[in-house]
Write a protein that binds this ligand. Structure first.
Ligand SMILES: Cc1cc2nc3c(=O)[nH]c(=O)nc-3n(C[C@H](O)[C@H](O)[C@H](O)COP(=O)(O)O)c2cc1C
Length: 363
């Protein structure tokens, strides 16, 4: 499901059976505003063929969930990340300026502060990408714990300035998105100006030594990079395909998550890219993630209703998570495990095996 495909209503028409405060209403309201300014295609970017977001989403959708209803109890979604209690393991994925939200302005306060405020109101955590130190300070002031993901700038002075700012402003973790040294790429456009560069494990070791905060490496899609991030001293990684804007034909994030979890069992693993509902979050947690980041959904919710839209969409995701956990019989986040997951070939195999064992004449 892409956002473009999910835009099912036309202006002035509400979805039947939904309330003004439902997921569908908020998303449709945001999409309508984005569509009116002609920016809907920018919700679903992708380098070259643009295949990666579709492949990634199809992979998420191909995983199904068994229920474990008998003996089930009410579930609690609270968890801890970087030493902070949060309402649920759903956080803001790294965000910076948005072409879409900028055009929907003027905003007062700035839309990044509204998103940070909505995350704070929901008891969640924010990740901040390519922003100025002043912007970072205003975002931290909103009250949500903040992870600052610094760009892989060529100029080490800028990297160090941001690492130090994150610590002095009270961020809970700091890191780098190592996957965009060509800058993000949309479709066949030329990648942006060359102020970013490749980073080595030695660079990461140096950056890690500059901060007392847990160090996070974002943009990991292989065991190779996860191991090197760990060797460099990173406490956490973010498995991410950066909204499809780094490599064409990126592997699906949930496809590589289990092998990465096995390779680096002690690391905190966050994952983002394509997560839209509570059930998506369940799948990521069951495959070994400790938290799931969302960017596009929060952008749409902010387009719809600013800070309140962000708070409400997170509240809905939290309820979806809690409800699904109960239907599966998990009472806490730490109980979530992969035994309830079914993959399409596995499902076909189990259905066919069962079907072959049935004697239709006796049924
Ligand atoms: C408006 C916008 C700004 C972003 N800025 C950054 C950034 O500065 N640094 C970064 O690592 N990722 C950035 N991202 C990528 C997200 O962190 C995330 O990896 C990506 O959007 C996939 O998640 P999603 O499917 O929930 O959008 C940005 C995404 C959006 C939509």
């Amino acid at each position: 499901m892409t956002w473009v495909q999910s835009a099912r209503i036309e202006e002035g028409h509400n979805m039947p059976g939904t309330t003004k405060d439902s997921y569908q209403e908020i998303v449709e309201e945001g999409l309508l505003k984005i569509r009116r300014i002609g920016m809907e295609p920018y919700l679903d970017l992708g380098a070259e063929s643009g295949s990666q977001n579709q492949i990634n989403r199809a992979f998420i959708d191909s995983i199904m969930l068994e229920t474990r209803l008998l003996g089930s109890v009410p579930s609690v979604t609270q968890t801890e990340l970087f030493g902070r209690r949060i309402t649920f393991p759903i956080i803001g994925a790294a965000l910076c300026d948005s072409r879409i939200l900028a055009r929907l302005g003027p905003w007062e306060p700035h839309y990044l502060e509204q998103i940070a405020g909505g995350l704070a109101d929901a008891g969640s955590m924010m990740s901040v990408g390519d922003v100025s130190v002043d912007q970072l300070a205003r975002i931290v002031e909103q009250g949500a714990p903040v992870i600052h993901i610094v760009k892989p700038y060529k100029d080490d002075k800028i990297v160090l300035e941001h690492l130090r700012a994150a610590e002095s402003l009270g961020c809970v973790a700091v890191g780098m998105d190592v996957d965009v040294f060509f800058k993000e790429k949309a479709w066949d456009e030329e990648p942006g100006p060359a102020f970013l560069t490749h980073k080595s494990t030695d660079d990461l070791v140096r950056y890690k030594a500059e901060t007392r905060l847990p160090f996070v490496v974002k943009g990991i899609l292989s065991v190779h990079d996860a191991r090197l991030a760990q060797e460099a001293g990173a406490a956490a990684i973010v498995i991410s395909l950066h909204g499809g804007e780094a490599i064409d034909y990126a592997v699906p994030v949930l496809g590589v998550l289990p092998e990465i979890r096995r390779a680096v069992p002690d690391m905190t693993i966050l994952v983002d890219s394509g997560f839209r509902r509570g059930t998506d979050v369940i799948k990521a947690l069951a495959l070994g993630a400790q938290g799931v980041g969302m960017a596009t959904l929060l952008l749409i919710a902010c387009s719809a209703r600013g800070r309140e839209g962000v708070r409400r969409i997170l509240e809905i995701l939290g309820m979806e998570l809690q409800r699904t956990m109960s239907l599966i019989g998990w009472s806490t986040i730490s109980q979530i495990d992969p035994s309830v997951l079914r993959f399409i070939p596995e499902l076909e195999r189990s259905v066919m095996t069962a079907a072959r064992e049935i004697s239709w004449s006796e049924a």
